[in-house]
Design a protein around this ligand. Structure first.
Ligand code: HEC
Ligand code: HEC
Ligand code: HEC
Ligand code: HEC
Ligand code: HEC
Length: 446
């Protein structure tokens, strides 16, 4: 009498543990197991509108994503065995529906396939966990279907079941796609790992707290107001209002009164006060954040000041040099002749400090092809809540007008270094400098 139920329990248990551990693989789940986000939109109106503005809704159709996959990664994967895995792999994060359905490579966005849905509502709300020790490279465990993974006990829907799963409240959930190891074993994306070892990770302040603000409101049209409903903004570097004020700048001229011909030093103390990870993070291979400092005298004449060198290894890669070339691997990828490379630092003014982590290809040249990264240069980015001090030593020219001299400092970021953006013919917004922080201070010239 007792035996049958015990065996049944073991069978069910054995079966669910196997599912709980295994990452969903390429070609293992057909498209029709996932609902379209437009279905969720019928009831979850407000959340859907926010989500649609986010890059996760556009992760396959966004112009630069389309170009990088079809014009760089895919051709590279087809000719160089070491990186062959990215043909499918890019889609594990950018077009997860296509990856899971085995629709690889997906057609271009204009074909209108379900790859276009990107990181859809139902993708995230089917994730139950990740396989292994570290979340990275789309090692999601999936349970798609009628029941959606949620977080709030006691809620009900006529359309779907709700499984309360605290995993959705963790940063590890995001790390599944926000950590990436490339074919050379390099951590080419490490937003979650940076977070984990930084002060926000230590304090348990999750990604969700900044990227999914908790605001009282309804989860569905005409629903009850629930406290701290997780908004689906997912705003990042593509939202200038997120970037604005992310870096605090303070300026300290070492003297109050100077004379033309004298040398004086201005210190700048910078801090990333707003982001829970490095600035830049994620696609750090293509972002440039930089500090620009100029002096303006009482007659309005301007001088651009170059940053003082600190002398660390690889520092040249962190100081803008209009003559430096990089990204030569584009020629190998696209089969170009006579391609010397592109300007390494784009439009960043000569002598400005660049906060970046240089990604180096197997030949040691800087690359924006993160999957072709075999080593890194110095990690000179802005860590969360940690200061960075820069100094600017200026030999005052003889023609500085007497009176106050204003020092103007500003930190900017561009999403894609302008030389690459121009070469790939990306929309202007990708390489427009976005202000992150600024400061002014004055001293007197006798
Ligand atoms: C299934 C994979 C996946 C998961 C899970 C995921 N993301 Fe993303 N996320 C992406 C991809 C892919 C992009 C890049 C979109 C693009 O620019 O093409 C992205 C972009 C973003 C951006 C925009 C960055 C920018 O450039 O502006 C933010 C913010 C973000 N994700 C936050 C989160 C947070 C917070 C979580 C966890 C709650 C999360 N993501 C979970 C795949 C994922
Ligand atoms: C017919 C309307 C309807 C549709 C369509 C719908 N939902 Fe829901 N959903 C609800 C209702 C109602 C609730 C409960 C809201 C409440 O209690 O305030 C809910 C709750 C949820 C929750 C749980 C909230 C929590 O706090 O845990 C999640 C997650 C969710 N829906 C995701 C989705 C996704 C993803 C889709 C599309 C694949 C979707 N829903 C489609 C009506 C709908
Ligand atoms: C304390 C608030 C805070 C926390 C915690 C936080 N972020 Fe951010 N994040 C920001 C801000 C502010 C920006 C915009 C500045 C920038 O782009 O660097 C940003 C930018 C981003 C970007 C774009 C980065 C770039 O340079 O391209 C991604 C992707 C992202 N966050 C994902 C995450 C993930 C994943 C986590 C958790 C592991 C997380 N964030 C934790 C505040 C936060
Ligand atoms: C990148 C992954 C991701 C995407 C895409 C996503 N969600 Fe969510 N969603 C989450 C996470 C994570 C939570 C829980 C956050 C928490 O509580 O910390 C959540 C929470 C919710 C909730 C409950 C909010 C609350 O406070 O109870 C609803 C409802 C919901 N999502 C619906 C949707 C709908 C509808 C879409 C598409 C328009 C969508 N989600 C897209 C990750 C995602
Ligand atoms: C492990 C998940 C993952 C894999 C694999 C992955 N990406 Fe991404 N990708 C992301 C995330 C997350 C972001 C957003 C990071 C940020 O904004 O800083 C991103 C950003 C990008 C961007 C920048 C978008 C922008 O607007 O700046 C491009 C282009 C891109 N990915 C292309 C690719 C290509 C091509 C591949 C394959 C070689 C690939 N990705 C593989 C997760 C992934």
């Amino acid at each position: 009498m007792h035996k049958i139920p015990i065996i049944a329990v073991f069978l069910i248990f054995g079966c669910t543990t196997a599912l709980a551990d295994d990452a969903a693989t390429e070609g293992s789940i057909p498209y029709d197991r996932f609902e379209e986000s437009s279905v969720c939109a019928d009831c979850h109106v407000g959340l859907t509108v926010q989500y649609e503005h986010s890059l996760m809704a556009q992760s396959f159709i966004h112009e630069w994503d389309e170009k990088e996959y079809f014009e760089l990664a895919l051709p590279h994967a087809e000719k160089f065995a070491k990186v062959a895995g990215v043909k499918a792999g890019c889609n594990g994060c950018h077009a997860p529906l296509a990856y899971l359905a085995g629709d690889i490579p997906p057609e271009h966005p204009e074909a209108g396939t379900r790859a276009n849905e990107g990181v859809s509502c139902d993708i995230c709300h089917s994730i139950t966990g990740f396989s292994g020790e570290t979340p990275f490279n789309f090692n999601y465990v999936m349970a798609p279907g009628e029941t959606k993974q949620g977080t709030r006990p006691g809620r009900e829907s006529d359309h779907h079941g709700i499984a309360v799963n605290d995993f959705l409240k963790t940063a590890e959930f995001c790390g599944i796609c926000h950590n990436e190891q490339d074919p050379f074993g390099m951590w080419v994306k490490s937003t979650h790992l940076e977070w984990k070892e930084g002060p926000y990770g230590q304090a348990g302040i999750t990604c969700q707290q900044c990227h999914m603000p908790a605001a009282d409101g309804a989860l569905v049209e005409d629903g009850d107001v629930v406290p701290g409903a997780r908004q689906h903004t997912f705003a990042g570097v593509h939202f200038p209002q997120m970037v604005a004020g992310a870096v605090q700048v303070l300026l300290y001229p070492r003297e109050d009164d100077v004379s033309p011909g004298q040398t004086m030093t201005i210190d700048a103390v910078l801090m990333n006060t707003k982001a829970g990870h490095m600035i830049p993070s994620g696609s750090a291979e293509e972002r440039v954040a930089w500090l620009d400092v100029k002096a303006v005298d009482s007659a309005g004449k301007q001088w651009h000041l170059a940053v003082d060198r600190k002398g660390f290894e690889g520092e040249d890669l962190t100081i803008a040099d209009p003559n430096a070339l990089a990204y030569q691997d584009i020629a190998d990828i696209q089969g170009l002749d006579d391609f010397a490379g592109l300007s390494r630092d784009g439009d960043v003014p000569a002598g400005d400090r660049i906060f970046r982590k240089p990604y180096l290809d197997p030949q040691g040249r800087m690359t924006v092809a993160q999957w072709n990264t075999a080593a890194f240069g110095p990690d000179y980015r802005l860590p969360p809540l940690k200061g960075i001090k820069e100094s600017f030593t200026w030999h005052l020219p003889a023609d500085v007008a007497p009176g106050p001299v204003e020092i103007q400092a500003a930190v900017y970021m561009t999403m894609v270094v302008s030389s690459v953006a121009d070469f790939m013919k990306l929309p202007a917004t990708e390489s427009e400098p976005m202000p992150m922080g600024q400061a002014t201070v004055a001293f007197m010239v006798k």
